[in-house]
Design a protein around this ligand. Structure first.
Ligand SMILES: [Zn+2]
Length: 126
């Protein structure tokens, strides 16, 4: 999709760069300072990234993914006869904590990539 500057922005490469926690434009600069703190602009290409806010789509995406994974594991445990309450506590509770923490940065990066590719920034609302 062409941006306001006339540059063509491809959606899937931008999302892939975001999944790798890299700038959606150049794929080189880091997208986050720390764990989830978004940079104001890319350190390599200077692309302004502060106005791409993921909002509530991030927890919705993460909960959907984690819910499917936990549901699949729970179903597999039941089908294999390992579905006791104690096993659930020792397997599913750590999974329900570790998986969201692991996929949050990549999920946020993917959403920022999608927003960037389509030019959906907070700046347009002003
Ligand atoms: Zn960049």
């Amino acid at each position: 999709m062409p941006s306001s500057s006339g540059e063509t922005r491809k959606t899937w490469p931008a999302i892939w760069n975001g999944i790798k926690c890299r700038c959606p434009r150049c794929g080189e600069g880091w997208l986050f300072h720390h764990y989830l703190e978004q940079v104001d602009q890319c350190a390599v290409c200077g692309e302004p990234l502060a106005n791409y806010r993921v909002g509530l789509i991030l927890p919705l995406l993460v909960i959907t993914v984690v819910g499917h994974i936990i549901g699949f594991v729970m179903l597999e445990m039941e089908l294999r006869g390992a579905g006791s309450p104690l096993v659930y506590i020792y397997v599913l509770v750590p999974l329900a904590i570790i998986i969201p923490l692991a996929i949050l940065p990549s999920s946020k990066g993917a959403i920022i990539g999608l927003l960037w590719a389509n030019g959906w920034s907070d700046e347009q609302d002003r």
